[in-house]
Design a protein around this ligand. Sequence first.
Ligand SMILES: C[S@@+](CC[C@H](N)C(=O)[O-])C[C@H]1O[C@@H](n2cnc3c(N)ncnc32)[C@H](O)[C@@H]1O
Length: 275
Amino acid sequence: MNERNTLIENQYDLLGLFEDIVKRLKEQGVDLNHITRSDISGVDEFHLRGAEVSKELVTEFDLKNLNVLDVGCGLGGPCRMLADEFNCNVFGIDMSHEFIRTAQKLSEIIQINGKTEFVQGDALNLPYEDNSFDVVWTQHVQMNIEDKETFYSEINRVLNNNGTLIYYDIFKNVNDDIYYPVPWANDESISFLGTIENMETILKNLGFSKAQTTNQTDKAVEFLHNMFDKIKTNGPPKIGLNVLLGNSTKEKLGNVLIGLEEKKIELQSGIYKKQ
Ligand SMILES: C[S@@+](CC[C@H](N)C(=O)[O-])C[C@H]1O[C@@H](n2cnc3c(N)ncnc32)[C@H](O)[C@@H]1O
């Protein structure tokens, strides 16, 4: 693994993450034999607006029996949602060994492991054959990826003709510096925010056609304000993004909020079709 990949893995790695989640579930009195996706969705959907936005991205799709790949799947919450609610075959790949171990074990304890398959690996070198997937899905990953051409080329390579790319991502608006730390980077060494225009150009050059895009910035700002209000009133949740971000949760998410409000960064989701 190269040095930058190690830095990215260290940014997200939390040894004993699965055991920590189970401990927190026990402390909340959750019956460990009957854990549901909603018991863990506060932590296993590692992006702004969590499970709510993941569902929104696919409500209009019929994914039954399709092959779906989640690039940078984290702990696998979106994969479990897709497999469970849309009855498709979901594959997740992530750089972090600990996230992949946790993703596998979470799928086991909520008894969905036959429908999800997780592997540790690099988005820039996907370990799949050409034309393997009907849908490729990626949320909040490319801000750690400097080589965006290779990132989207790999997605293009593994997608079937007429396949669909679904993304939900953070982009920079201006060339100003952002405030660090943020959830994906403590400093600029592993933060590679690109502009929406740059992504559009790369996708167009690869032959993708744009089907739909949605500006998600205002909803993310509202989500962050609500989250901070709740923490002020009730304290940190037992199962929330604080499990992943630890003591720096307030600072990291606070810096994202300032960046969004100052329009240094923005959020967009979109659907592109491979021709
Ligand atoms: C903020 S998390 C999002 C996780 C997941 N997509 C979700 O929304 O729940 C970003 C993830 O991207 C992964 N990642 C970053 N660079 C990667 C790369 N080159 N290859 C694979 N995964 C990568 C990280 O390990 C981390 O799990």
